[in-house]
Ligand binder design. Structure first.
Ligand SMILES: [Zn+2]
Ligand SMILES: [Zn+2]
Ligand SMILES: [Zn+2]
Ligand SMILES: [Zn+2]
Ligand SMILES: [Zn+2]
Ligand SMILES: [Zn+2]
Length: 250
């Protein structure tokens, strides 16, 4: 690697090599086989194994067709651990299958069951769906004129009444997160507030995928030289690690 980086390769050559690496097979820690980058086609009705939500047409996914195992590209690229504002004490680790005997977890954010990827703190038994871990801190919703901010708990109402979500009219659990406008005492379930919000990739300074890389060969990649070298190093390391895994498995 050092040899490659210190050689006199031009920026264009390095960009082409990045593209080649990106087109190669991809190894995800949650699956035994290599995955290929693929574009979903209309009518395929695929489900993402990571976030358990349907994959829309024409999105980039990682696929193992033998096992019918699919991941949204943002789910496949989700960081192995994150520092989450809801749990500053410990990092949350990406776990591919719940470690509980039941084989499922209850998400601390939305309160519903999960059986696939989660961001977890095993020490504190905190578990979040992939999409719930990336809920935006602030949203606008057509049911309310003001911004709604995410809130990790429900305050007790003085009159002993319970909170009812203004979208679905159902009672809100006091242990789960909600979106609220404090001034108006207006609250929504996270899933009711965000069913139209597309889950995005977690933005992290150290995440190579937050750098805008154009995957289309016909178009120009605009990266600074430093970014390219950084990306290249990461890609080579990933490749080396996945090769090492294959060798270890033989
Ligand atoms: Zn997904
Ligand atoms: Zn497979
Ligand atoms: Zn959730
Ligand atoms: Zn913890
Ligand atoms: Zn609701
Ligand atoms: Zn308001």
């Amino acid at each position: 690697m050092i040899q490659l980086l210190s050689s006199n390769k031009s920026l264009t050559t390095i960009c082409i090599e990045i593209r080649k690496i990106r087109k190669m097979e991809y190894k995800h820690f949650s699956h035994d086989h290599h995955l290929n980058l693929y574009q979903s086609q209309p009518g395929q009705n695929l489900l993402c194994h990571g976030c358990q939500t349907p994959i829309s047409d024409s999105s980039s996914i990682y696929a193992c067709w033998t096992c019918k195992f699919f991941l949204h590209d943002h789910c496949g690229n989700a960081n192995r651990f994150i520092k989450h504002p809801s749990h500053p004490a410990h990092p949350l680790i990406l776990i591919p299958t719940p470690t509980y005997c039941s084989g499922a977890f209850i998400c601390n954010a939305c309160g519903s069951l999960g059986k696939s990827f989660s961001y977890s703190c095993p020490t504190c038994e905190i578990d979040l769906h992939l999409n719930c871990a990336f809920l935006p801190p602030k949203i606008t919703h057509n049911s309310h004129p003001h911004d709604l901010v995410i809130s990790p708990n429900l305050p007790k109402k003085k009159d002993g009444m319970v909170y009812v979500c203004k979208v679905c009219d159902k009672r809100m659990g006091d242990k789960n997160w909600n979106y609220c406008c404090v001034g108006c005492d207006f609250r929504l379930h996270t899933f009711c507030a965000t069913n139209e919000v597309k889950p995005g990739l977690y933005v992290d300074d150290e995440d190579p995928d937050s750098v805008s890389v154009n995957r289309d060969d016909e178009q120009v990649i605009e990266l600074t030289e430093e970014e390219v070298i950084q990306l290249y190093k990461i890609q080579i390391l990933t490749q080396m690690m996945s090769n090492a895994n294959i060798n270890a498995n033989v």
